[in-house]
Ligand binder design. Structure first.
Ligand SMILES: [Zn+2]
Length: 297
């Protein structure tokens, strides 16, 4: 089968568009989607210091590669790899993250949440180190408190949330009957802006992009975080998407629309971050979530 856009052999079929793509056009397609999202939301500004969360996974390394490439001619924008550690998590993931940063010739900032908590910036992550083992769902003030980000001059935090993650969170909330959380989460004050340029790119495309760009020898993305229901929802969504390929895009749009005109995609990203805490049975205020409470009765 030939690529739908050139005469090269296709290596990937994109079910929702009906296109067969060669390696070169997969790269072009992923980058075009990411650039469109960045433009639409004004995520790149002069004098930005963007910290890319690296957990040693493909999503983070692909995102770092992309943002470095995108800004290579922009001396007014600084890209840093952000590696979060705590006393219990210093291990292979941290080493892998450092290796990725070095391979991509990127300065990295290693933040120890344990040390930060000892000097008064205590967070949920410090109380619950397992949170930091959820690569796809870093939580806003648990993974990197805004105060720490500001201390290091960071203006935006980039993380590798992909279409599958965002769609899964939206559907999960609806199925649990707590869709109002999507709306309620949209009020997030003056938090440091989170950007997710790959939010409209599928996990499979990001994996392929990472491999084609030479940064794919890392953990695959989608480590299936969360509880049994979340896994069931994701399995169901994947199965349904096999026959209805645009479903995840529809859920992404639904989530963004539920957030309303004022917060839009930023609200959805925030909801996904909150979901990381929810999945750990911990709410924003540190209390136990409703579902966990019910199970305990
Ligand atoms: Zn092609």
């Amino acid at each position: 089968m030939k690529c739908s856009k050139c005469l090269q052999d296709a290596i990937f079929f994109q079910p929702y568009s009906g296109l067969h793509l060669c390696g070169q056009h997969i790269i072009a397609d992923v980058e075009a989607k990411a650039k469109k999202v960045i433009r639409a939301h004004g995520w790149l500004k002069s004098r930005d210091h963007i910290a890319v969360l690296l957990f040693g996974d493909q999503g983070g390394s692909a995102l770092l590669y992309f943002l470095k490439k995108l800004t290579e001619q922009r001396s007014d924008i600084r890209i840093t790899a952000l590696i979060i550690t705590d006393k219990k998590s210093i291990g292979s993931n941290t080493l892998r993250a450092k290796h990725i940063a070095e391979c991509l010739d990127t300065e990295f900032l290693e933040v120890s949440l344990s040390e930060e908590s000892e000097c008064g910036a205590g967070t949920l992550a410090a109380k619950n180190p397992e949170i930091s083992s959820l690569p796809m769902f870093p939580t806003s003030d648990s993974i990197l408190p805004d105060g720490i980000a500001q201390k290091h001059g960071i203006t935006k935090i980039a993380w590798g949330l992909c279409l599958d993650d965002a769609a899964g969170v939206v559907l999960d909330h609806i199925i649990r009957g707590d869709g109002e959380k999507l709306v309620r989460n949209s009020s997030f004050g003056d938090a440091i802006i989170r950007i997710c340029p790959f939010i409209a790119v599928t996990a499979a495309e990001i994996s392929l992009y990472a491999e084609l760009c030479g940064c794919g020898n890392e953990m695959t993305i989608n480590p299936e975080p969360g509880d049994g229901l979340h896994k069931d929802v994701n399995d169901m969504l994947d199965h349904y998407t096999d026959n209805h390929p645009a479903t995840k895009y529809a859920l992404l749009n639904l989530g963004e629309n539920l957030m309303g005109l004022t917060t839009g995609i930023a609200g959805l990203i925030y909801a996904c971050e909150c979901y990381g805490k929810y999945q750990q049975g911990i709410c924003n205020d540190g209390s136990i979530s409703i579902e966990v409470t019910n199970v305990a009765r």
